[in-house]
Write a protein that binds this ligand. Structure first.
Ligand code: URA
Length: 246
């Protein structure tokens, strides 16, 4: 539920102030009833809202995937003037929000949407949608160290849930290795902290998968709209409860 004047302004009827005037002057109806109070709320998804008898169109829902470069922050604004994700969304006038975060130095698959319910479903801690990263780390961790990550490792905010961990690439002179890691949680800087805990700090981190969705050919710094099928698959992944044992 949202305030009526916000819904009207968001649908491009007029400015918020002008929309308030429309309400006060009795020109707005919700489900056939004229509403003249400014505190009134409605659900733009289900209520029929009309202005002088004409039904308004809600803001179009957007579901985007961006291949975020490193050195970009996922917030809407940055007081320090660094690059923000919306700099990489030419042609998108609507305000979209990241579904979960990627650190400033992390690159890869970032979902963005203006559908709050979709974002909540995918990031809710109880839904455990898998996310896969390629982590390039200093040195080559032993199998026993990776096993610790697989089983769960103690971090300052508690044990991590079991993860899937595999060698992806090992540098021939053994100075670094790239490990593929799938986690089912979304704690702050989780992958970096997990590798810190086995003394193999991350030097490069890229998210390559969110649920079953992967970056495929999407170039760094580019975005695309998700297909209907991809949106449905993500919602199905969120609905499926993955068992995690702690
Ligand atoms: N884990 C991290 O450490 N950083 C990210 O950006 C995402 C997961």
């Amino acid at each position: 539920m949202e305030r009526l004047q916000k819904i009207l302004a968001g649908a491009g009827v007029a400015s918020r102030r002008k929309c308030e005037e429309l309400i006060l002057s009795g020109q707005v109806q919700v489900n056939g009833e004229t509403v003249t109070t400014l505190g009134a709320k409605a659900d733009p998804g289900t209520d029929v809202i009309t202005v002088r008898g004409k039904r308004i169109q809600g803001e179009r829902k957007l579901y985007l995937m961006l291949n975020k470069p490193k050195g970009v922050i996922t917030s809407a604004k940055d007081p320090q003037g660094r690059k923000i994700v919306s700099d990489f969304l030419p042609g998108i006038k609507e305000r979209v929000y990241p579904v979960g975060r990627l650190d400033y130095d992390t690159e890869g698959l970032l979902l963005l949407t203006n559908d709050g319910e979709f974002a909540n479903l995918l990031t809710h801690p109880s839904h455990h949608v898998p996310k896969t990263y390629l982590a390039t780390v200093k040195g080559v961790p032993h199998g026993s160290a990776l096993e610790k990550l697989q089983k769960g490792i103690k971090l300052e905010d508690g044990m991590t849930a079991p993860a899937e961990v595999e060698y992806h690439d090992v540098d021939p002179d053994k100075k670094q290795a790239t490990i593929s890691i799938t986690i089912y949680e979304g704690r702050n800087r989780q992958v970096r902290r997990m590798f810190d805990a086995i003394s193999h700090p991350v030097v490069r981190l890229k998210r390559i998968k969110f649920g079953d969705l992967n970056l495929q050919q999407l170039q760094r710094g580019k975005y695309r709209h998700l297909t209907e099928q991809e949106i449905r698959d993500l919602l199905a992944a969120a609905a499926k409860t993955h068992k995690i044992q702690k």
